[in-house]
Design a protein around this ligand. Structure first.
Ligand code: FAD
Ligand code: NAG
Ligand code: NAG
Ligand code: NAG
Ligand code: NAG
Ligand code: NAG
Ligand code: NAG
Ligand code: NAG
Length: 536
């Protein structure tokens, strides 16, 4: 064992060297871990001994990986059957993620330690996953069953540059922490609408914020990403440097690296105004008409941001519209139509961004079984009405699922959002403004018992099968799937279109020729397939 500890000590030194080397020369792409380490003067004979002695089972691989990490990092590694470990696993948003039992949890305190854990995983072949805010719903997305779960919690810096135009944000932050840190300066960044959403998943998959009709999505307001590549190098990807990586990280999820710092453009953050306005079924048609009109009006007033949730509560079908405005204005013209429709309740008030994100968060309790599952289509009022009718017509099929709360949510990827996706060289999503606003729909569904999982997944899957067939019939089908809402059964990257998928694969082949992010980090949306889980 002694030689392994020595080797790993050298490896940590090597990963610091990697930082220096990567910033002064071009990134090496063809080398495997052993060659990389050799070039840093590490005795690779020790590695080879370790490798050939290795039992290939994941269990043994991860025992080796976790005890190595423990030896090197002590209390930064959490082991099963400890309070700290149980606190961690118990703190995911969905129960499916809480049930995952990693072999160990590693809390890096700086970027070189993220490099080190990636190299340890490569060396031992122990799989890993990484958690930022932990809001992905399905098992394995941000915690590794039997493997290493990287927990970014201690990498939680929020700092401003000299002219306050860019905030540097560690992946250990959730948006509530970021907004609180920036509030004293009257600033914000393009972040989540619920305070407990993490910066990491949000800003690699998309990111719809209260400000998105003014500035676009989170991924379209990133000055640069500091990222650990598969070789353990740390590079800063911008529009002009590592521009292929920068493009791919804007929507490519965790397929190209682990982001250790998000440098985000700041925006002014005045007091906000918002209404939660609730309508009965008799008003659904006018509400959907108003929704379509508000989306078309987005180019005229970007302060407005909105979603409408359709659900049944206490046997009553309702539509609950969340109408926000990023200025302290209670009755802006853009909301005139929807606010003239009779409502059963209207909770309207001015709030700071911090308060608004807390308010939204309180509607999304922790500790339930959860699925999020989106589709998209080009915005069409008739289709939007048909889908709501169809949703309520099939709700009785899941009425006997204990604790069931299925919700159909309507949002839009509006023209200003789409146009902003072309900023700084564009993003990976494959959406174009020329085809008009996109109607983003998702089901969010919570329930109590694992025994109902298959019933729920099958119901949502067949609901969308029917809706997508209708969209195809109407000629408004859009293959794009929003990663941040996607279920474990969806092949998100395929939905970015053949060209963008091929471009992402080419970038991955350059920076990750061994497919580390594809094979050793299997739990999320991969370049060629949906997450690896047992399908119903
Ligand atoms: C209640 C609720 C409200 C939401 N509100 C919004 C909203 O307003 N707008 C919106 O657009 N979306 C929203 N979402 C969706 C949200 O964007 C996604 O769930 C997102 O993935 C959450 O990020 P996270 O860091 O919390 O998730 P995690 O589960 O921690 O991470 C998700 C994935 O990203 C990877 N990842 C995390 N950090 C990094 C990193 N630093 N580098 C590389 N990969 C990383 C993880 O490994 C994992 O695979 C909401 C979701 C929920 C449940
Ligand atoms: C590897 O380890 C597993 C689990 O400890 C064990 O069941 C298996 O027999 C071992 N295989 C070899 C080839 O040693
Ligand atoms: C576990 O969580 C409890 C409750 O939040 C907290 O008081 C305690 O300090 C935590 N313990 C560890 C070891 O993280
Ligand atoms: C917000 O607007 C209301 C109505 O115009 C006004 O009374 C209130 O003072 C404003 N609040 C702030 C902090 O500007
Ligand atoms: C209305 O908003 C207030 C203040 O945020 C909150 O306490 C209350 O629960 C809300 N009511 C409804 C019906 O959402
Ligand atoms: C729930 O209802 C569905 C359809 O109405 C039925 O097929 C299913 O067997 C029911 N399940 C239970 C557990 O009652
Ligand atoms: C982004 O959206 C804003 C608000 O509509 C708009 O003024 C701006 O021109 C858009 N940016 C681009 C690059 O289209
Ligand atoms: C479902 O959960 C409820 C509440 O936790 C429990 O009472 C019930 O027995 C469970 N039913 C099944 C079929 O597991």
């Amino acid at each position: 064992m002694r030689s392994m500890w020595q080797f790993l000590g050298a490896l940590i030194a090597a990963s610091s060297l990697g930082l220096a080397q990567a910033s002064s020369s071009t990134l090496e792409t063809e080398e495997d871990v052993a060659t990389a380490l050799k070039s840093y003067g590490v005795n690779t004979a020790a590695i080879n001994t370790l490798r050939s002695a290795g039992n290939k089972s994941t269990e043994v691989a991860c025992q080796t990986a976790c005890s190595s990490l423990s030896h090197l990092y002590g209390s930064q590694v959490l082991s099963p059957d400890t309070t700290a470990y149980n606190n961690f696993t118990g703190a995911f948003w969905s129960v499916q993620q809480e049930e995952v039992q990693p072999r160990c949890i590693f809390k890096p305190s700086k970027n070189t330690e993220v490099s080190a854990v990636v190299l340890v995983s490569r060396l031992t072949q122990c799989p890993f996953a990484a958690k930022s805010g932990g809001h992905a719903a399905f098992a394995g997305a941000s915690s590794s069953p039997g493997g290493i779960t990287i927990w970014f919690t201690d990498m939680n810096e929020v700092t401003l540059n000299a002219d306050k135009s860019v905030a540097s944000i560690g992946p250990g932050n959730v948006w509530g922490m970021v907004y609180e840190a920036l509030a004293p300066y009257g600033l914000a960044v393009i972040g989540g609408r619920a305070s407990s959403i993490g910066v990491g998943g949000f800003t690699t998959g998309g990111g719809i914020s209260f400000y998105s009709n003014l500035y676009g999505w989170a991924i379209d307001n990133v000055e640069s990403y500091e990222v650990v590549t598969a070789s353990g190098h740390i590079v800063t990807a911008t529009e002009n440097k590592y521009s292929d990586l920068y493009w791919g990280l804007r929507g490519g999820g965790n397929n190209l690296g682990l982001v250790t710092k998000f440098n985000l453009y700041t925006v002014p953050s005045p007091l906000m105004y918002g209404d939660t306005r609730v309508f009965l079924e008799t008003e659904f048609d006018p509400v959907i008409n108003a929704f379509v009109n508000i989306v078309h009006d987005a180019p005229n007033d970007g302060n407005a941001q909105y979603y409408i949730a359709f659900l049944s509560t206490g046997g009553v079908n309702i539509a609950s519209a969340e109408l926000t405005y990023v200025k302290n204005v209670s009755n802006p013209p853009i909301y005139q139509q929807i606010k003239s429709i009779p409502a059963v309740s209207d909770n309207s008030t001015a709030r700071t961004l911090v308060q608004y994100a807390e308010y939204i968060d309180s509607d999304n309790p922790y500790g339930l079984r959860e699925v999020y599952w989106p589709i998209s289509a080009y915005l069409n009022e008739e289709f939007a009405k048909w889908t709501v009718d169809y949703f309520f017509s099939v709700l009785p099929q899941v009425a006997n699922v204990t604790g069931a709360q299925p919700v159909l949510v309507y949002q839009a990827v509006s023209e200003p959002m789409l146009k902003n996706m072309t900023k700084y060289g564009g993003n990976a999503l494959g959406l174009e403004a020329s085809k008009g606003p996109v109607h983003l729909m998702h089901i969010s569904f919570w329930w109590d018992n694992a025994s109902d999982d298959d019933t729920v997944y099958n119901w949502v899957g067949s609901f969308w099968d029917t809706v997508l067939a209708k969209a195809k019939d109407m000629g408004i089908y859009n293959e794009w799937i929003y990663m941040n809402y996607a279920s474990q059964f969806q092949n998100v990257i395929a939905g970015y279109g053949a060209e963008n998928k091929a471009r992402l694969q080419k970038i991955a082949a350059k920076y990750d020729p061994q497919g580390v992010w594809q094979t050793l980090q299997p739990g999320y949306f991969k370049l060629t397939h949906a997450p690896v889980v047992t399908s119903p």
